[in-house]
Design a protein. Structure first.
Length: 225
């Protein structure tokens, strides 16, 4: 029986510096080397890092592929011996991973979890933010010594893209919607699909804002299906 793996599709959004330069502007001197140097991000329970990162040409489009590995331990407390529970405390090392594919032209990303405990999109974003920030700081120390221009900071937002059918199914579970909150962050030269969003972004630019939220409150909006 074939094993079912969970696949997520996301918008891989990265900009740089005060002018929100798009992702490919610093792909060679920030993003790609940060992915490739296998920096380890440590927490109290595990160590995460990117591995086997490659730049490939697939169907005339460049993609970045690799794995996000999480080294951790599975704690065993009891086992069954002769049909009886027996205390057997131990710690088993494990390394669940997720495979990723990033389409550099469209800024779309696919993340495939190898097992249930594999890193998800939220973990991917957290690790990448730390890896890129650490790489940029270390590179800038060397650039400062060599009197070279410093690299800009990266703004990283990886947003899950649910399918329209799944959105419809989720909304159907609710009889009433009290509010809708829209979250904004710098885009990779994408075009906003609606005049309202374009206006909000122009207002953000006028006050030099990188991120923002827009909330609509509903007093009498009831959903019927």
């Amino acid at each position: 029986m074939d094993e079912v793996k969970k696949l997520s599709i996301a918008n891989f959004n990265i900009t740089y510096g005060p002018d929100n330069d798009p992702m490919l502007t610093h792909f060679q001197d920030i993003l790609y080397p940060a992915f490739c140097n296998e920096q380890k991000v440590r927490t109290s329970k595990n160590v995460s890092y990117f591995s086997d990162v490659e730049l490939k040409l697939i169907n005339s489009e460049y993609v970045l592929t690799g794995n996000l590995i999480r080294e951790t331990h599975y704690r065993v407390r009891t086992i069954v011996v002769d049909n009886e529970l027996v205390p057997s405390p131990s710690s088993v090392p494990t390394a669940p991973y997720s495979r990723f594919i990033i389409y550099l032209k469209s800024h779309r990303m696919i993340l495939v979890k190898n097992e249930g405990q594999s890193p998800n999109l939220k973990s991917f974003q957290a690790v990448l933010r730390k890896v890129v920030d650490r790489y940029t700081r270390e590179a800038n120390r060397e650039r400062d010594k060599a009197d070279l221009p410093l690299l800009p900071n990266a703004v990283i937002n990886i947003v899950n893209m649910p399918l329209p059918d799944s959105i419809d199914e989720t909304i159907k579970e609710f009889a009433k919607i009290k509010s809708i909150n829209l979250r904004f962050f710098p885009l990779n030269n994408d075009i906003d699909p609606a005049p309202l969003l374009a206006y909000v972004r122009s207002t953000m630019d006028s006050v030099d804002s990188k991120t923002g939220n827009l909330t609509f409150n509903y007093q009498k909006l009831y959903m019927s299906f």
